[in-house]
Ligand binder design. Structure first.
Ligand code: ADP
Length: 177
């Protein structure tokens, strides 16, 4: 992915990130307060490769990023091997479980599959820099924030599509190295 001239006209992260203004909002998970069936529903209702995890829906403060495939495996394993896990069991990405007590339903604890330092840029970051970071760090996706709140996501494919649009070319014709 070469930093092309098309980015020199100051395309910003906000111009490339998803969701677009007309799209449904970002599919994120909350670090606590969701159940196994909530998360399973999100997985079956979407095809995204990953989900940001936020503290609360209202705050949109980023906690980390979880890959869909890790989430699927962990929930399957919890259902199969963890005693007492049912549809209404809590899914927790938090460090400890303050609500847990001896007679509470066991929670599915998923902090270990969370990437706690997903790469983020702000909405104002020039795409030229975003592309450079993708190339140098070999990123698949990067999250976009504004004033500390999670606002969007940019995947490698989003960048390729955007470049193709700019160059009016087929995305597959642009090589990503
Ligand atoms: P790819 O871009 O490689 O197809 P995904 O399937 O993860 O990867 O994403 C498909 C599209 O949805 C991309 O445009 C991406 O920006 C967007 N996207 C990815 N994850 C999410 C998410 N959790 N919520 C909303 N949109 C997302």
């Amino acid at each position: 992915l070469e930093p092309k001239e098309e980015f020199h006209n100051k395309t910003l992260a906000v111009d490339v990130m998803r969701p677009r203004r007309s799209d449904p909002s970002l599919s994120a998970l909350r670090e606590s307060g969701m159940t196994v069936e909530d998360v399973e529903r999100l997985i079956s209702d979407t095809t995204y490769s990953g989900f940001p995890v936020v503290i609360t829906q209202e705050s949109q403060i980023l906690v980390g990023f979880v890959l869909r495939k890790d989430l699927v495996i962990s929930l399957e394993n919890a259902r199969r091997y963890q005693n007492g896990v049912v549809s209404v069991s809590a899914v927790l990405f938090t460090e400890c479980d303050p609500a847990s007590s001896a007679n509470a339903l066991p929670a599915v604890k998923l902090r270990s599959i969370l990437d706690l330092s997903p790469f983020t840029v702000t909405v104002h970051t020039p795409m030229e820099i975003v592309v450079d970071i993708f190339r140098k760090l070999g990123l698949r996706q990067c999250l976009v924030t504004q004033n500390g709140r999670l606002l969007g996501i940019i995947t490698k494919k989003d960048i390729l599509k955007h470049m193709a649009q700019m160059a009016n070319r087929d995305p597959d014709s642009i090589l990503f190295n």
